[in-house]
Design a protein around this ligand. Structure first.
Ligand code: DQA
Length: 152
């Protein structure tokens, strides 16, 4: 049987604090809750996930570099590095697999400095403002992109 596609779900700084961090913006679910929900959705979609979090910008860069050849798609919530990191953007531009950008909060309804995303310059799609559900929708979308779903 063919190996299932493997999706890297990479989470940036402070996302390890979900559950206690500003629930008005980020909800009450922990990152472990989100990972469990992603595992469940991935199983239904026939995908495997590699779910990670780091507070270090360089970890995100290295993971994105390594995704080339190791993963079939990337779902990225780069946290605040979304708005600051040219290094993350450069890594994404070398990445040759579908990339979906996710944010729990609607970054366009928040502070002006959150309105610009370096990640968006390289992402195939962006989901924001839908809370943890955004990760599941990103998995649905990436499954369609990998499967070359013609309904797009
Ligand atoms: C975030 C939005 C960013 O602006 C913020 O810095 C985060 C989380 C989100 O998921 O809504 O850390 O990426």
């Amino acid at each position: 049987m063919a190996e299932p596609p493997v999706i890297l779900i990479a989470n940036g700084p402070n996302l390890n604090m979900l559950g206690v961090r500003d629930p008005a913006h980020y909800g009450t679910r922990s990152l472990a809750d989100i990972e469990a929900a992603c595992e469940e959705r991935a199983r239904v979609l026939g995908l495997e996930i590699d779910f990670r979090q780091s507070n270090q910008e360089g970890d995100l860069v290295t993971w994105i570099q390594e995704a080339r050849g190791a993963h079939d798609g990337v779902i990225l919530n780069a946290g605040a590095y979304t708005h600051t990191s040219i290094a993350v953007l450069d890594a994404l531009q070398i990445c040759d697999v579908p990339v979906l950008e996710v944010h729990l909060s609607n970054i366009f309804r928040r502070d002006a400095f959150r309105h610009h995303s370096y990640v968006s310059l390289a992402a195939d799609g962006v989901i924001c403002g839908l809370g943890a559900r955004g990760y599941l929708l990103a998995l649905d979308a990436i499954a369609a992109l990998i499967g070359d779903d013609e309904t797009g």
